[in-house]
Each structure stands twice: as structure tokens, then as C-alpha cells.
Design a protein around this ligand. Structure first.
Ligand code: TMP
Length: 252
């Protein structure tokens, strides 16, 4: 079998050259990191869950016409995606105050926001992904004004889609982060949702109990991360009986 060429290794995923030009194989690792990798662990089964969940959300986005990088899932840990130039921004949408916004502005976690708030962070681990304004983005040429209009529209469409899907299974979408990629089609370029959408990159709270079903379980030592992600997968019908190599007791 031909050896695959590694393109990039991130904290939670590794990217390999895909079988066709313009494609990439995205491998989901079990590594979990928080606070810019100050806290690290290996959580058995996390990669499988995020692979399946990201497939589910990206397919849903495709179905409602939100362009994204997903082509197909290859196996339990890998998916084939469209190659794109990642815009160096983390695009965060918040519906409810939590995390760094609560800390920064002194707003109690769980406070409903009057409207979805979109924030941008500059993607640079050595700087700890600092919050930036549209002024920085324009001045440093990270994205054009047209790009910013498209990014805002994509972010709000993903928010509406994800909020609705989660509401349907009794989960509140508190906030999430997406990354956006640029693809070239002939003389045109357009922006698509890239990277992943999973409980690693969202805050998900059970609507009745407020139980956290996302990476805060790891960040804040609140229990088993795979139990939390499995609960999300189970409610969405993404993880059928026996389809996981994790401890069988986690899934019923
Ligand atoms: P924050 O409140 O820590 O800024 O996080 C906002 C959202 O972004 C939350 O859903 C978690 C997600 N997120 C990532 O996906 N990657 C990151 O590196 C950080 C800091 C947050």
C-alpha cells in the first residue's frame, strides 16, 4: 500500500494528501487539549465520535445548501474533504454567555444574549489565538470585506442549523467555533465551512439539567468526555448500537 503523505498535524487532527488532487484525508486523533495545549490527555474513542459527528453536521449543512469541505467518511477515524486555504480566523458564534466571553465581560455563564454575537480570533497558537476586530482583519489582509460578509453569513447559517438540530434533541447550542476555507473554481473563488464541527468546538448543554455535553467536561474536569460525546451522538442517532470500538458500556 502506498504510504500517505502527511500535510499537517494539528492538536486533534492530522491531514494527509488525498487520493485525488484537491482532496485531503482528515484523521481524527484521540488527543484532547485545552488552554492552548497546557492541558493534554488521550481520550480513547474521542476521534471516532468527532469523525462521525462532524460528518453528520456537515452532511446536514450540505442538505440545506451551506457549502462545506466534507466529501465522504472513509472509515471510523478518517474522512475525505476538499482541500482549501484556511482563512487564519476562528469564527465564534455565541447565543448564551459562557467561557472566555463571560470572563472577559463579567457576564454570568448561562445569560441569554440579546442576539447571536460573532467574534473573530486570529489563528496563531504561539499567541494563544487572540481576539481581533474586523479592523485588524482588514488592515492585515487576512480577509477582504467581501470575505467578511460571506463569513458572517456562513456563521449565522451554521448557527441557525446547529441550534435547530440541537434543540430537536433537547440540547442548547451555547456557542461554537468554525473555520472557513477558500476554494478556487475556475476564475472564481468562494468560501466554505471547513475543519470540523463537533463537541470539541461547540458548547452544548442539556436543556433540562444544564449538563455539559462538550469539551468543557475535559477543560473543567467534569467527568467522562466520551460519555458526554456519546450522549450527543446517541441522541442524534449518529452512533448506532455496537458501532464503536470504545468500551461497550458507554453506548446502549
Ligand atoms: P471560548 O469561550 O473559550 O472563547 O470558546 C468559544 C467557543 O469556541 C466554544 O464553543 C469552544 C470553541 N473553541 C474552540 O473550538 N477552540 C478553541 O481553541 C477555543 C479557545 C474555543
Amino acid at each position: 500500500m502506498a504510504r500517505r503523505t502527511k500535510i499537517y498535524e494539528g492538536k486533534a487532527k492530522t491531514l494527509f494528501e488525498g487520493p485525488e488532487p484537491g482532496t485531503i484525508v482528515q484523521y481524527f486523533k484521540d488527543d484532547a487539549t485545552a488552554f492552548n495545549a497546557e492541558k493534554k490527555d488521550v481520550i480513547e474513542g474521542k476521534g471516532v465520535l468527532n469523525n462521525m459527528l462532524s460528518e453528520y453536521f456537515m452532511n446536514g449543512l450540505t442538505a440545506i445548501g451551506v457549502p462545506n469541505h466534507f466529501i465522504k467518511r472513509l472509515n471510523m477515524r478518517e474522512q475525505l474533504v476538499r482541500a482549501c486555504e484556511i482563512i487564519p480566523l476562528e469564527v465564534i458564534v455565541r447565543n448564551t454567555a459562557a467561557g472566555s466571553m463571560s470572563k472577559r465581560l463579567g457576564i454570568e455563564e448561562g445569560t441569554a444574549l440579546p442576539r447571536p454575537i460573532v467574534e473573530y480570533c486570529y489563528k496563531d497558537d504561539s499567541l494563544g489565538d487572540p481576539l481581533v476586530s474586523e479592523e485588524h482583519i482588514a488592515a492585515f489582509g487576512w480577509a477582504s470585506q467581501q470575505d467578511m460578509d460571506d463569513i458572517l453569513s456562513l456563521a449565522l447559517r451554521v448557527n441557525d442549523f446547529m441550534s435547530g438540530v440541537m434543540y430537536g434533541v433537547g440540547i442548547k447550542l451555547v456557542d461554537f467555533k468554525i473555520e472557513i476555507g477558500r476554494v478556487y473554481e475556475g476564475d472564481f473563488q468562494r468560501l466554505i465551512v471547513a475543519d470540523e464541527i463537533s463537541p470539541d468546538s461547540c458548547r452544548l448543554w442539556d436543556m433540562e439539567t444544564g449538563q455539559k455535553l462538550d469539551k468543557d467536561v475535559f477543560r473543567r474536569d467534569l467527568g467522562s468526555l466520551t460519555d458526554a460525546y456519546s450522549e450527543v451522538a446517541k441522541r442524534l442517532g449518529v452512533m448506532p448500537k455496537g458501532a464503536t470500538p470504545m468500551k461497550p458500556t458507554l453506548i446502549n
